[in-house]
Write a protein of this length. Structure first.
Length: 420
């Protein structure tokens, strides 16, 4: 029986029995991956009475892969991820001293996973550093393959750095390099094609989920031809392809910096009256402030790689930390997707039962929803909401002042399965 998920005309065809590759991950990866698989299996059994089933297939990457194969990212792993299209992974350690710059970045580049999808929401019962964390509910679309993460860098004193320096000074007439003889150099590619496909994915997500707005977050006031172009290309795309369903801030008038409830309210009322989604933009530093002051005004965010890195982690902290923040890396054109824990390998707590499996479990719910198994996804989320509301948490969320009950990693999984 065929167990691969098919992808035709932008839609998944998911058989009842499927193979899902998983990468255990380094550090606490084995602990949280084990719990995640048990929770998912129980939710599928409960939701579909045994009619649907996941056959898990382990793939090697990271430290475990290097120890067994001599490669941090074996070719077989890439080929099987392509074959089965959908995968999930624990945290991977970045090799130090050479080799792959980052395994996570390498996976994104080789499969062209151009969207880093990070939904951020608050769960009742979780301690937060802000007064009203329940107001934070945003989905971040972070461009995943360009920007400074392209890895085009040249170290001070190398022949490459000297050539780059001389080219800019002698050929391009650049005079603003403050200390040219002691500078390293990096290149920040931002393309029209890469920007448009990311923004298009964000807009389609907002429309399909009846969300009120998409915000383009950029630093175009300084980087006018990269981040400024990102904003321009986004507005052009909307006005050329989404004019029937969207209303842009640029059409409203010359508002260069989105800030202020009156403008937001006017736009919201106009968009609602026309049954459209608002497309607006904000300078990055202003946006980071706005998320603290007026988080309810933002629902879907489209931004570039580095901005998205900062933004998603700040928002995660506002709702309790990256321990309960899921993520996915997706190619909406080809149907490839890897769902992942968004935190690190946490080597200091390995084997102590302190790891929080929520990030990976929530990423698994995203995976189930992505392939059309919504009932199983909902089953896990409802159970998790109940467990956290009861104050039953792992050590990273434990707070005696909130009368929480401390659970180990495996105990947390067992309690969640009981609720399922």
């Amino acid at each position: 029986m065929k167990k691969e998920i098919s992808f035709e005309k932008g839609q998944f065809i998911t058989p009842n029995e499927i193979t899902i590759p998983y990468i255990e991950g380094d550090g606490i990866g084995s602990e949280i991956t084990t719990v995640m698989r048990k929770v998912v299996d129980n939710a599928i059994e409960k939701s579909y009475n045994g009619e649907k089933y996941i056959q898990w297939q382990e793939l090697l990457a990271g430290k475990k892969a290097f120890e067994q194969t001599g490669s941090f990212l074996p070719k077989d792993t890439i080929e099987l991820l392509k074959k089965y299209r959908i995968g999930i992974k624990g945290p991977l350690e970045t090799p130090i001293g050479g080799g792959i710059r980052s395994l996570n970045v390498a996976l994104r580049q080789v499969l062209d996973l151009y969207v880093c999808l990070r939904p951020i929401r608050y769960f009742e019962g979780v301690s937060s550093p802000v007064k009203n964390p329940e107001k934070v509910k945003m989905t971040i679309f972070r461009e995943n393959t360009e920007d400074i993460y392209a890895g085009i860098e040249y170290m001070i004193g190398t022949p490459e750095a000297i050539r780059v320096r001389d080219f800019f000074i002698n050929e391009m007439g650049v005079s603003s390099i403050r200390f040219p003889k002691t500078s390293s150099f990096g290149l920040k590619p931002v393309s029209k094609e890469g920007s448009e496909r990311l923004i298009k994915a964000a807009i389609n997500y907002a429309i399909n989920n009846n969300l009120p707005s998409v915000t383009l977050v950029h630093k175009g006031n300084i980087m006018k031809y990269t981040e400024g172009a990102f904003k321009k290309w986004g507005y052009d795309l909307v006005e050329n392809e989404f004019s029937e369903k969207c209303f842009t801030m640029r059409q409203y008038g010359e508002i260069k910096n989105y800030s202020g409830e009156s403008v937001a309210q006017t736009m919201l009322e106009k968009a609602k009256s026309e049954g459209k989604t608002i497309i607006k933009d904000v300078i990055t530093d202003a946006f980071l402030q706005e998320t603290l002051l007026r988080p309810k005004e933002y629902s879907v965010v489209a931004t570039m790689n580095l901005n998205g890195d900062y933004i998603s982690d700040q928002l995660a902290a506002m709702v309790g930390g990256i321990g309960i923040s899921p993520g996915a890396n997706i190619n909406y054109s080809e149907g490839y997707a890897i769902f992942e824990a968004t935190h690190g390998t946490a080597p200091t707590i390995v084997g102590l039962g302190k790891a929080n499996p929520c990030s990976l479990i929530l990423s698994a719910t995203m995976m189930l929803e992505h392939i059309g198994w919504q009932e199983a996804s909902n089953c896990i989320i409802v159970a998790l909401e109940t467990l956290l509301k009861e104050g039953k948490v792992t050590s990273d969320l434990y707070d005696q002042n909130l009368q929480t009950k401390l659970l180990s990693t495996s105990e947390f999984g067992d309690e969640l399965i009981k609720l399922i």
